[in-house]
Design a protein around this ligand. Structure first.
Ligand code: 0GY
Length: 292
């Protein structure tokens, strides 16, 4: 592991907030273990191993029923660790893969059989080298035929330039971590309003109200991030997802306590109806539509 990055929390608190039965952690990762699933030679960071068994144990400990596991940049376009975790989880996990344009239809079908339901397009410059838009467009057309959707990760200053591309994509789009707003600017700031307007204009665009641990300036208990997430949950209750982001790669400021992250949920989704949509109905509709 890179020496300046912190490992994940060894013993999170039992959350005070009891998540409803059937809840989905819709953003988490598996890393390695490196001796079985080596990290990409092109990676920009080396995480600590965070194998599937630890993720499933955390799921049970926090009271969640299901996971959506997202391929992170440190594994590049080799989705082997992700597929292995999906197969081990059976019906209790779905996946978001990262694929190269030369992925074969057979490989896509095999990932689909394992539970992959989306691809991730990453625009965060510290995490990946830039991919030309035409490459992403070609992948989008292919995965749309499988009924998959697209997860996008970018930072707020890059949104304006990305809007025409995002609005051209043919599937549901899920934006990671609320488009990574600068929380010192407030929810009225034009940067955040640009993101809100994007969702208001496009009913195929969803977002994850996740990652207070990355967005916070004040630190735990993340009250500076709550207004952003709450605004999105209340404005777009049928198009929001929530995830732990375990094992929190690239954290330098503090080690997030996953139990404390769960305790943020009732602040951003203050009614049981909003919690039911955020934690169960929305992720089930997107990732387990046959059971929703
Ligand atoms: C996340 C966040 C990060 C890392 C990745 O693909 C990745 O490596 O997503 C990050 O550093 O912001 O989504 O968990």
């Amino acid at each position: 592991m890179d020496p300046d990055y912190l490992p994940f929390h060894p013993s999170p608190k039992v959350p005070d907030f009891k998540v409803p039965a059937g809840a989905v952690d819709a953003h988490c990762h598996v890393f390695g273990p490196a001796d079985t699933f080596p990290y990409s030679p092109k990676r920009k960071y080396t995480p600590c191993d965070a194998p599937k068994g630890k993720l499933f144990a955390l799921r049970d400990y926090l009271g969640f029923s299901r996971n959506v596991i997202v391929q992170a940049s440190c594994h590049g376009t080799d989705n082997a660790a992700l597929v292995d975790a999906l197969q081990a989880a059976g019906d209790l996990a779905r996946g978001v893969a990262v694929v190269s344009p030369d992925v074969s239809d057979e490989e896509l079908r095999a990932m689909d059989a394992a539970g992959v339901r989306a691809v991730r397009f990453n625009f965060v410059k510290r995490l990946v080298d830039a991919t030309p838009k035409e490459v992403f467009t070609g992948i989008a057309e292919r995965i749309a035929k499988l009924g998959w959707h697209i997860v996008v990760y970018f930072e707020a200053p890059d949104l304006e330039a990305l809007i025409p591309f995002l609005e051209s994509l043919p599937t549901v789009i899920v934006v990671d971590h609320m488009g990574r707003p600068d929380v010192t600017k407030g929810t009225d700031h034009p940067d955040f309003q640009r993101f809100v307007d994007l969702l208001a204009r496009n009913d195929n665009i969803w977002t994850k109200v996740s990652c207070p641990e990355r967005l916070t300036v004040a630190g735990p208990p993340y009250t500076d991030v709550v207004p952003f997430a709450r605004h999105l949950v209340e404005t777009f209750p049928t198009r929001v997802l929530w995830g732990t982001d375990w094992p929190h790669p690239n954290m330098k400021s503090h080690v997030p306590d996953d139990g404390q992250l769960v305790d943020v949920i009732p602040q951003i989704a203050p009614t049981s109806a909003l919690q039911q949509a955020l934690l169960i109905d929305n992720p089930m509709r997107l990732y387990w539509p046959d059971q929703a």
